[in-house]
Design a protein around this ligand. Structure first.
Ligand code: TUI
Length: 310
Protein backbone atom coordinates (compact mmCIF):
# COMPACT_ATOMS: atom_id res chain seq x y z
CA UNK A 1 0.00 0.00 0.00
CA UNK A 2 2.87 2.35 0.79
CA UNK A 3 5.16 1.12 -1.97
CA UNK A 4 5.38 4.49 -3.73
CA UNK A 5 7.68 6.04 -6.33
CA UNK A 6 9.87 7.17 -3.41
CA UNK A 7 10.78 3.52 -2.66
CA UNK A 8 11.70 2.97 -6.30
CA UNK A 9 13.72 6.18 -6.79
CA UNK A 10 15.73 5.80 -3.59
CA UNK A 11 15.82 2.00 -3.50
CA UNK A 12 14.34 1.79 0.01
CA UNK A 13 11.74 -0.50 1.56
CA UNK A 14 9.58 2.14 3.28
CA UNK A 15 8.99 5.70 1.92
CA UNK A 16 10.33 7.29 5.09
CA UNK A 17 13.25 9.72 5.39
CA UNK A 18 14.84 10.46 8.74
CA UNK A 19 15.12 14.22 9.19
CA UNK A 20 18.64 15.66 8.92
CA UNK A 21 18.75 17.04 12.46
CA UNK A 22 21.86 19.18 12.99
CA UNK A 23 24.34 17.79 15.60
CA UNK A 24 21.86 14.94 16.24
CA UNK A 25 21.68 12.84 13.07
CA UNK A 26 25.11 11.18 12.98
CA UNK A 27 26.30 7.83 11.59
CA UNK A 28 24.63 5.89 14.42
CA UNK A 29 21.13 7.16 13.67
CA UNK A 30 21.51 7.28 9.88
CA UNK A 31 22.83 3.71 9.60
CA UNK A 32 20.11 2.36 11.94
CA UNK A 33 17.30 3.99 9.92
CA UNK A 34 18.76 2.76 6.62
CA UNK A 35 19.23 -0.77 8.01
CA UNK A 36 15.56 -0.69 9.11
CA UNK A 37 14.45 0.03 5.52
CA UNK A 38 14.05 3.83 5.56
CA UNK A 39 16.48 6.47 4.32
CA UNK A 40 18.94 7.42 7.06
CA UNK A 41 20.36 10.91 6.68
CA UNK A 42 23.55 12.35 8.18
CA UNK A 43 23.08 16.00 9.12
CA UNK A 44 26.02 18.22 8.24
CA UNK A 45 24.46 21.13 10.18
CA UNK A 46 27.18 23.63 11.06
CA UNK A 47 29.80 20.92 11.60
CA UNK A 48 33.23 21.06 9.93
CA UNK A 49 33.79 19.14 6.69
CA UNK A 50 36.12 16.60 8.33
CA UNK A 51 33.43 15.62 10.86
CA UNK A 52 31.00 15.02 8.01
CA UNK A 53 33.62 12.95 6.13
CA UNK A 54 34.06 10.74 9.18
CA UNK A 55 30.29 10.26 9.55
CA UNK A 56 29.93 9.25 5.89
CA UNK A 57 32.80 6.73 6.11
CA UNK A 58 31.43 5.22 9.34
CA UNK A 59 27.93 4.93 7.86
CA UNK A 60 29.37 3.09 4.86
CA UNK A 61 31.08 0.65 7.23
CA UNK A 62 27.80 -0.04 9.06
CA UNK A 63 25.34 -0.42 6.18
CA UNK A 64 25.30 -1.31 2.50
CA UNK A 65 21.87 0.24 2.17
CA UNK A 66 21.28 3.72 0.71
CA UNK A 67 21.70 6.73 2.97
CA UNK A 68 21.82 10.49 2.45
CA UNK A 69 23.56 13.64 3.67
CA UNK A 70 21.66 16.79 4.59
CA UNK A 71 23.50 20.02 3.82
CA UNK A 72 22.40 23.02 5.86
CA UNK A 73 22.95 25.87 3.42
CA UNK A 74 23.56 28.55 6.08
CA UNK A 75 26.64 26.63 7.25
CA UNK A 76 30.06 28.17 6.54
CA UNK A 77 31.09 24.67 5.36
CA UNK A 78 28.17 24.17 2.93
CA UNK A 79 30.31 24.69 -0.20
CA UNK A 80 33.02 22.28 0.96
CA UNK A 81 30.46 19.64 1.92
CA UNK A 82 28.72 20.08 -1.43
CA UNK A 83 31.99 18.87 -3.01
CA UNK A 84 32.66 16.25 -0.32
CA UNK A 85 29.47 14.33 -1.15
CA UNK A 86 30.69 14.07 -4.77
CA UNK A 87 34.17 12.93 -3.69
CA UNK A 88 32.78 10.20 -1.43
CA UNK A 89 30.08 8.99 -3.83
CA UNK A 90 27.12 9.79 -1.58
CA UNK A 91 23.95 8.73 -3.43
CA UNK A 92 21.36 11.12 -1.93
CA UNK A 93 21.63 14.75 -0.84
CA UNK A 94 18.93 16.73 0.93
CA UNK A 95 19.31 20.44 1.67
CA UNK A 96 17.80 22.82 4.18
CA UNK A 97 17.52 26.49 5.09
CA UNK A 98 18.13 27.85 1.60
CA UNK A 99 18.23 27.43 -2.17
CA UNK A 100 20.78 24.83 -3.37
CA UNK A 101 20.45 25.96 -7.02
CA UNK A 102 24.16 26.66 -7.53
CA UNK A 103 25.14 23.05 -6.70
CA UNK A 104 22.40 21.26 -8.62
CA UNK A 105 24.27 20.84 -11.90
CA UNK A 106 27.35 19.41 -10.21
CA UNK A 107 25.31 16.94 -8.14
CA UNK A 108 23.23 15.83 -11.12
CA UNK A 109 26.42 15.25 -13.18
CA UNK A 110 27.66 12.98 -10.38
CA UNK A 111 24.40 11.01 -10.50
CA UNK A 112 23.40 12.14 -7.01
CA UNK A 113 19.69 12.10 -6.18
CA UNK A 114 18.85 15.60 -4.94
CA UNK A 115 15.96 16.34 -2.59
CA UNK A 116 15.70 19.98 -1.48
CA UNK A 117 13.70 20.68 1.66
CA UNK A 118 11.37 23.59 0.94
CA UNK A 119 8.78 25.57 2.84
CA UNK A 120 7.05 27.23 -0.13
CA UNK A 121 5.52 26.45 -3.53
CA UNK A 122 7.84 28.95 -5.27
CA UNK A 123 11.03 27.18 -4.18
CA UNK A 124 9.52 23.74 -4.93
CA UNK A 125 8.86 24.82 -8.54
CA UNK A 126 12.35 26.30 -8.93
CA UNK A 127 13.89 23.10 -7.59
CA UNK A 128 11.89 20.94 -9.99
CA UNK A 129 13.11 23.09 -12.89
CA UNK A 130 16.69 22.77 -11.60
CA UNK A 131 16.45 18.96 -11.74
CA UNK A 132 15.44 17.86 -8.21
CA UNK A 133 14.43 14.19 -8.00
CA UNK A 134 11.86 14.79 -5.26
CA UNK A 135 10.93 17.51 -2.80
CA UNK A 136 10.57 17.45 0.97
CA UNK A 137 7.86 20.01 1.79
CA UNK A 138 8.21 20.93 5.44
CA UNK A 139 5.49 22.62 7.46
CA UNK A 140 6.19 24.89 10.41
CA UNK A 141 5.18 22.21 12.94
CA UNK A 142 8.72 20.90 12.41
CA UNK A 143 11.56 21.46 14.83
CA UNK A 144 14.54 23.67 14.06
CA UNK A 145 14.59 26.18 11.23
CA UNK A 146 11.07 26.61 9.82
CA UNK A 147 9.02 28.44 7.20
CA UNK A 148 5.59 30.05 7.56
CA UNK A 149 3.04 27.49 6.34
CA UNK A 150 1.61 24.50 8.16
CA UNK A 151 1.98 20.99 6.74
CA UNK A 152 -1.79 20.77 6.10
CA UNK A 153 -1.69 23.88 3.89
CA UNK A 154 1.72 23.41 2.28
CA UNK A 155 1.58 19.78 1.10
CA UNK A 156 -1.45 19.88 -1.24
CA UNK A 157 -0.27 23.19 -2.73
CA UNK A 158 3.21 21.80 -3.46
CA UNK A 159 1.72 18.52 -4.77
CA UNK A 160 -0.40 20.51 -7.26
CA UNK A 161 2.53 22.70 -8.32
CA UNK A 162 5.15 20.06 -9.20
CA UNK A 163 5.30 16.75 -11.09
CA UNK A 164 8.06 15.18 -8.99
CA UNK A 165 7.18 13.17 -5.85
CA UNK A 166 6.60 15.12 -2.65
CA UNK A 167 7.65 13.94 0.80
CA UNK A 168 5.73 15.54 3.66
CA UNK A 169 7.50 16.78 6.79
CA UNK A 170 6.55 18.70 9.91
CA UNK A 171 4.26 17.33 12.61
CA UNK A 172 4.39 13.69 11.47
CA UNK A 173 5.14 11.23 14.26
CA UNK A 174 2.91 8.19 13.83
CA UNK A 175 0.83 6.15 11.37
CA UNK A 176 -2.03 8.64 11.41
CA UNK A 177 0.40 11.32 10.26
CA UNK A 178 1.65 9.07 7.45
CA UNK A 179 -1.90 8.26 6.32
CA UNK A 180 -2.87 11.94 6.43
CA UNK A 181 0.21 12.92 4.40
CA UNK A 182 -0.73 10.38 1.71
CA UNK A 183 -4.29 11.77 1.66
CA UNK A 184 -2.78 15.21 0.93
CA UNK A 185 -0.96 13.73 -2.07
CA UNK A 186 2.47 13.09 -0.59
CA UNK A 187 4.29 9.88 -1.55
CA UNK A 188 6.45 9.67 1.52
CA UNK A 189 7.21 11.25 4.87
CA UNK A 190 10.20 12.70 6.66
CA UNK A 191 10.27 12.18 10.40
CA UNK A 192 12.61 14.01 12.77
CA UNK A 193 11.41 14.34 16.35
CA UNK A 194 10.33 10.69 16.75
CA UNK A 195 13.75 9.46 15.57
CA UNK A 196 15.40 11.89 17.98
CA UNK A 197 14.34 9.63 20.88
CA UNK A 198 15.35 6.39 19.09
CA UNK A 199 17.64 4.02 20.99
CA UNK A 200 20.29 4.42 18.29
CA UNK A 201 20.21 8.24 18.42
CA UNK A 202 23.26 9.53 20.30
CA UNK A 203 21.69 12.78 21.55
CA UNK A 204 22.13 12.97 25.35
CA UNK A 205 19.46 11.41 27.60
CA UNK A 206 18.42 14.77 29.07
CA UNK A 207 17.43 15.96 25.56
CA UNK A 208 15.45 12.76 24.90
CA UNK A 209 13.71 13.07 28.28
CA UNK A 210 12.73 16.67 27.54
CA UNK A 211 11.06 15.51 24.30
CA UNK A 212 9.33 12.59 26.02
CA UNK A 213 8.04 14.84 28.82
CA UNK A 214 6.88 17.60 26.44
CA UNK A 215 3.21 18.54 26.17
CA UNK A 216 1.44 19.77 23.03
CA UNK A 217 2.08 23.46 23.77
CA UNK A 218 5.69 23.15 24.92
CA UNK A 219 7.41 24.34 21.72
CA UNK A 220 7.87 27.93 20.61
CA UNK A 221 9.23 29.51 17.42
CA UNK A 222 11.81 32.19 18.22
CA UNK A 223 13.52 34.72 15.97
CA UNK A 224 10.84 35.32 13.31
CA UNK A 225 12.19 38.87 12.87
CA UNK A 226 15.63 37.53 11.82
CA UNK A 227 14.18 35.72 8.81
CA UNK A 228 15.47 32.42 10.27
CA UNK A 229 12.96 31.36 12.92
CA UNK A 230 13.64 28.15 14.86
CA UNK A 231 11.22 25.92 16.76
CA UNK A 232 12.52 24.74 20.12
CA UNK A 233 11.21 23.27 23.36
CA UNK A 234 10.60 26.07 25.85
CA UNK A 235 13.36 26.52 28.45
CA UNK A 236 15.41 29.25 30.11
CA UNK A 237 17.22 30.08 26.85
CA UNK A 238 14.01 30.33 24.80
CA UNK A 239 12.53 32.67 27.43
CA UNK A 240 15.66 34.85 27.25
CA UNK A 241 15.50 34.88 23.44
CA UNK A 242 11.82 35.87 23.50
CA UNK A 243 12.68 38.70 25.87
CA UNK A 244 15.50 39.94 23.61
CA UNK A 245 13.04 39.88 20.70
CA UNK A 246 10.57 41.96 22.72
CA UNK A 247 13.31 44.42 23.69
CA UNK A 248 14.02 45.02 19.99
CA UNK A 249 17.67 43.93 19.80
CA UNK A 250 19.38 43.80 16.40
CA UNK A 251 19.49 40.60 14.33
CA UNK A 252 23.25 40.34 15.05
CA UNK A 253 22.74 40.66 18.83
CA UNK A 254 19.94 38.07 18.72
CA UNK A 255 21.98 35.60 16.69
CA UNK A 256 25.01 36.10 18.93
CA UNK A 257 22.90 35.19 21.98
CA UNK A 258 21.91 31.89 20.31
CA UNK A 259 25.27 30.96 18.80
CA UNK A 260 26.45 27.46 19.65
CA UNK A 261 23.27 26.80 21.63
CA UNK A 262 22.16 23.70 19.70
CA UNK A 263 25.53 22.02 20.22
CA UNK A 264 25.35 23.00 23.90
CA UNK A 265 22.07 21.09 24.28
CA UNK A 266 22.94 18.07 22.13
CA UNK A 267 26.58 17.49 23.04
CA UNK A 268 26.94 19.07 26.48
CA UNK A 269 23.45 18.13 27.67
CA UNK A 270 22.66 21.68 28.83
CA UNK A 271 18.92 21.60 28.25
CA UNK A 272 18.31 24.82 30.21
CA UNK A 273 20.67 27.13 28.31
CA UNK A 274 20.96 25.07 25.12
CA UNK A 275 18.66 25.15 22.10
CA UNK A 276 16.43 22.06 22.37
CA UNK A 277 15.05 21.92 18.85
CA UNK A 278 11.99 19.69 18.44
CA UNK A 279 8.73 19.67 16.51
CA UNK A 280 5.19 20.24 17.76
CA UNK A 281 4.58 16.47 17.59
CA UNK A 282 6.90 16.06 20.64
CA UNK A 283 3.77 15.96 22.82
CA UNK A 284 2.76 12.68 21.15
CA UNK A 285 6.08 10.93 21.71
CA UNK A 286 6.09 8.98 24.93
CA UNK A 287 8.86 6.37 24.72
CA UNK A 288 12.20 5.44 23.23
CA UNK A 289 12.22 2.58 20.71
CA UNK A 290 14.61 1.18 18.13
CA UNK A 291 14.47 2.71 14.64
CA UNK A 292 13.11 -0.61 13.34
CA UNK A 293 10.27 -0.56 15.89
CA UNK A 294 9.46 3.07 15.08
CA UNK A 295 9.29 2.45 11.33
CA UNK A 296 7.29 -0.78 11.60
CA UNK A 297 4.85 0.75 14.08
CA UNK A 298 4.24 3.80 11.87
CA UNK A 299 3.52 1.63 8.82
CA UNK A 300 1.36 -0.93 10.68
CA UNK A 301 -0.70 1.86 12.21
CA UNK A 302 -1.10 3.65 8.87
CA UNK A 303 -2.29 0.42 7.21
CA UNK A 304 -4.94 -0.04 9.92
CA UNK A 305 -6.08 3.59 9.65
CA UNK A 306 -6.45 3.33 5.87
CA UNK A 307 -8.20 -0.08 6.17
CA UNK A 308 -10.66 1.50 8.62
CA UNK A 309 -11.85 4.16 6.17
CA UNK A 310 -12.24 1.81 3.20
O1 TUI B 1 16.74 23.32 7.61
C1 TUI B 1 15.80 22.93 8.26
N1 TUI B 1 15.83 22.81 9.61
C2 TUI B 1 16.91 23.12 10.40
S1 TUI B 1 18.43 23.63 9.89
C3 TUI B 1 18.96 23.77 11.46
S2 TUI B 1 20.55 24.29 11.90
C4 TUI B 1 20.28 25.93 12.25
N2 TUI B 1 20.73 26.35 13.41
C5 TUI B 1 20.56 27.61 13.77
C6 TUI B 1 19.95 28.51 12.93
C7 TUI B 1 19.45 28.09 11.74
C8 TUI B 1 19.62 26.76 11.39
C9 TUI B 1 17.98 23.42 12.31
N3 TUI B 1 16.86 23.05 11.70
N4 TUI B 1 14.64 22.58 7.66
C10 TUI B 1 14.45 22.72 6.26
C11 TUI B 1 13.87 24.04 5.95
N5 TUI B 1 14.28 24.80 5.01
N6 TUI B 1 12.86 24.62 6.60
C12 TUI B 1 12.62 25.82 5.99
C13 TUI B 1 13.53 25.92 4.98
C14 TUI B 1 13.72 26.98 4.04
C15 TUI B 1 13.35 28.29 4.35
C16 TUI B 1 13.54 29.30 3.44
C17 TUI B 1 14.29 26.70 2.80
C18 TUI B 1 14.49 27.71 1.90
C19 TUI B 1 14.11 29.01 2.22
O2 TUI B 1 14.26 30.04 1.34
C20 TUI B 1 15.30 29.97 0.42
C21 TUI B 1 15.12 30.89 -0.72
O3 TUI B 1 16.15 31.45 -1.14
O4 TUI B 1 13.99 31.04 -1.20
Amino acid sequence: MFDTKICEIFNIEYPIFQGGMAWIADHNLASAVSEAGGLGIIAAGNAPTEWVREQILKTKEKTNKPFGVNIMLLSPYAEEIAHLVCELGVKVVTTGAGNPGKYMEMWKEEGIKVVPVVASVALAKRMERAGADAIVAEGCEAGGHIGELTTMSLIPQVVDAVNIPVIAAGGIGDGRGLAAAMMLGAEGIQVGTRFLVADECSVCDAYKEKVINAKDIDTVATGRFTGHPVRVLKNKLSRQMMLLEKQGVTIEEFEEAGRGALRKAVVEGDIAMGSVMAGQIAGLIKKTQSCKEIIEEIFDEASKVVEGIR
